[in-house]
Structures are given as C-alpha cells and as structure tokens.
Write a protein of this length. Structure first.
Length: 442
C-alpha cells in the first residue's frame, strides 16, 4: 500500500510538472523555440544581400498510421484476451484516441508546424529586408516527402508578408543534396551496425533500460500474457508508446479540434520521470551517434553531407558572380540538418567524445528540433567585400576552425577556403558527381 501511494504521488508530481518539464524529454521532437538573443549589429558599410538556407520540416504528424503500429495491435490482442491491467486499459484508450487524431494525416506537418515555419519566414524578412527588395528571385528545393513541400509553402507564407512585388520562384525536388543519407550503402551499414552501437548499448545499460521496459510492461499486462512477450517485444512496445507521447506536443490544435483534451493522450502519466529520462537518453544517443558528430566528426555519418556543403558553396559562388538568386531555400529533414551542421564545424553541433553522457555534450533539442535551420547570410559593402553570418536555429554561432575579428561575421573568402579545404580532405571537389560520391564513399 505504501509503495502504491508513493508511486501515485510520484506520478502526480510528474503530471504537475507540465509541458515545460516534458519538453526536455522530446529530443528531435522538441517544438521550435524562437530565439531570444539580440542580433549583433552589422558592421558599418555592409548590408544583407543574399541568404543560403537549409531547414527541417515543421512539427508534424506521425509517419505511419497508429493502427499499423506494434503497440496498437499488441494492445488490441491483449484486450481481446482480457489480459490488460487497468493501466493497460488506460493506455489502449489513449492509443485509440491518438488513432482518431492521426487518421489520414500521417506524414504531413501539423498546425503547429505551419505556424513554426511561417514565423521563421516572417522573421527572415524582418531581419533582412534588403535581401528581398523589389521582386526577389527564390530558388526553393525540397525532398520527395510531402511534409517538406508543406514546410516550404508555410515558410513562404511568412516570408512574403513583407514583399512589395511578387517573387520569381524556381521550385524543384533535390533528393541527392537533401536526402544524401538514403544513397550511401556505407552509411546504411554504419547506421545498422556501426562501431557506435557499443556506446549505445553502454548507455542503455547505464540507464537500466531493460528494467524500464520490464517495469512499464508489467503495468499494462496481466502476468500470464506478459510471459509471452520477449525482451524485444517489450522494448518495441515501450518505444512505440514513447513515440506517441513525443508526437502529441506537435498536435495540440488537432487534438482540440476533434473535441479531445491533452489529458486524453497524456501518455507520460503512465511513466515515472526517471523512466522518461532514461528513454529520452537512448533516443538522444541514437541521434548523436547515427546523425551527429558521435565518436568521429569526420565519420561516414557526417561525410555523407558533402553534397549539401558543395551545393552551399556553389550557389554562394553563383550569387557572388552573377547575383542569380536572392535566396536559396531548402527544406529537408533532421537527418539532413544534423550532419551538415557538424560538417560546417558549427560549435554546438560538432562536439564529440567517447562517452556515455551524450546530453552533456550534444543536445538534439538545440541542434535539430522541429523546424531546425541553418542560414548563411551574406553582407556586402560598396567595395565589393563579403561577410557571412552563420545562424543555427536563428542563433549566431561560432565556426570553430575559422578566425574572425568581427564575430559573428566571417570573411567569405576565409569561410570558403576552410570549407573547400575540408571537402578536399574528404576527396571531394566542387564539380564532382555527388551521386557517384554517395554511392562510393567509404
């Protein structure tokens, strides 16, 4: 009785903590936070003339229907067998509610995502109006996924609020530069079974993940049914439920629209804070090692972003030479933004170590939240000199290996020299066939 009372009090405390506490458990599903910092004044004589950008899609729905998930079907099976505990019945009710919310909407961005992107686009214009004077020419690229097209549309809605003339837009799909992670056999093998896996296993052991999977499933199923579940089954169930929990923060409008309340899908009420923390740590470890700097910031998980860095340099060169476009705007995925941020040597995205405390070094919520973005903003003076400010999630960042006396503004020649040398060290040239590179890179 005392143990039960302690559990209920702990659970109640976790609920009272609310959204602010919960956000720390969301990792790459963290909602985008508008920057609070004030931008450093532009050096005298310079004005913004060009922006090179890549961004992640906005807050989204799930990528597959709830009723096709392992958790949904297992819970339905257990319910038919009358094998659910009261907490298991509560879980099934929440899963069914989420199924109603998500039906027919998977793979799309949510209302929250639309607002995120509109706001980012609007701020881009407000902070750089000289880039978009007259009838600006915009080069827009997306991946094949519908959510990146929707993100581009939402971003443009915000951006063009300040336009005085209709923009000239070229828009197309560019999977080679934006979904590079899908085209490298070496990376696929690394992602499945690279040397990073042993560090993930160490983190799982350190955070007692097996105990978490066992403890949570014991709450949901009666003993006889529970015995039929393997360790892998338990992990899969809990992983699905954690994913359901994380996505609900992106769906506040959709949940309310059909007459439900957040409490109807409050999956975190079925966990205690220490379990949520452990689950978030393993999620963050997966992202850090497989998409981020991991144990090697020049590893295959970063080298595959070379095509996008080549495209950034080439399109920047094209602007400096011909002024073809006022802005290059790319819309992609977390798997795009994280590697390129590391390859660009952005400070908070490039920290690595052979460690088990990933969160102390690299935080997914700061690097690749929903709507994450990188901007190169070019400034020109009357003498024809160019400075570049690099933003990650609209915040000024340091490029670790490039010196400047006007931080956060870098001389374009110095930045270009560093990046081309970095590409050369990877045996990549600015005119290379990037499809062939991805196929053959080791």
């Amino acid at each position: 009785m005392i143990k039960k009372l302690f559990y209920l009090l702990t659970l109640f405390a976790s609920v009272l903590a609310g959204t602010v506490q919960a956000q720390e458990f969301l990792g790459t599903k963290s909602l985008y936070q508008a920057p609070a910092q004030t931008q450093t004044p532009v050096p005298a004589g310079y004005k913004a003339v060009f922006i090179n950008h890549v961004g992640r899609h906005g807050a989204r729905h799930l990528t597959k229907e709830v009723n096709t998930s392992y958790a949904y079907n297992l819970l339905i099976k257990a319910d038919s067998a009358k094998a659910l505990t009261p907490k298991g019945e509560a879980l099934l009710k929440m899963v069914k509610a989420l199924d109603v919310v998500e039906r027919g909407k998977v793979k799309s961005i949510s209302a929250e995502g639309i607002q995120e992107l509109q706001d980012i686009g609007e701020r881009m214009y407000m902070q750089n109006p000289t880039v978009f004077a007259g009838a600006p020419k915009l080069n827009i690229t997306e991946t094949k996924e519908i959510r990146t097209k929707q993100s581009a549309d939402a971003f443009l809605t915000g951006l063009r609020k300040g336009f005085t003339a209709e923009p000239v837009i070229k828009e197309y799909i560019d999977d080679t530069d934006l979904r590079f992670y899908d085209f490298s056999p070496t990376y696929t093998q690394y992602e499945d079974d690279g040397p990073w896996v042993k560090y993930r296993e160490a983190i799982a052991k350190q955070n007692h993940l097996t105990d978490v999977y066992n403890a949570t499933t014991q709450r949901f199923f009666k003993p006889k049914f529970l015995k039929t579940l393997s360790a892998a089954n338990r992990e899969k169930l809990v992983s699905d439920v954690y994913g359901f929990y994380a996505i609900t923060f992106s769906l506040k409008h959709e949940i309310s629209k059909i007459g439900l309340k957040q409490a109807d899908v409050a999956f975190n009420m079925l966990f205690i804070p220490s379990e949520m923390k452990a689950l978030s740590k393993i999620e963050e470890a997966d992202d850090f090692y497989a998409k981020g700097p991991g144990i090697d910031p020049n590893g295959i998980q970063v080298r595959i972003a070379a095509p996008l860095l080549v495209d950034f340099i080439n399109t920047s060169d094209e602007f400096v030479k011909n002024g073809t476009y006022n802005a290059n705007l790319r819309f992609a995925h977390a798997e795009t933004v994280s590697p390129i941020a590391t390859l660009m040597d952005i400070d908070i995205a490039s920290r690595y170590a052979f460690i088990t405390d990933v969160h102390g070094v690299w935080q997914a919520a700061n690097v690749i939240p929903l709507s994450a973005n990188i901007q190169w903003i070019f400034y020109k003076n009357n003498a024809g000199n160019y400075l570049v400010k690099v933003l990650l999630n609209e915040k000024e960042v340091h490029i670790l290996s490039v010196k400047t006396t006007t931080y956060p503004y870098y001389n374009w020649g110095d930045l270009r020299k560093f990046y081309t040398a970095k590409l050369k060290s990877l045996n990549v040239g600015l005119t290379d066939d990037m499809s062939a590179y991805l196929k053959n890179v080791k």
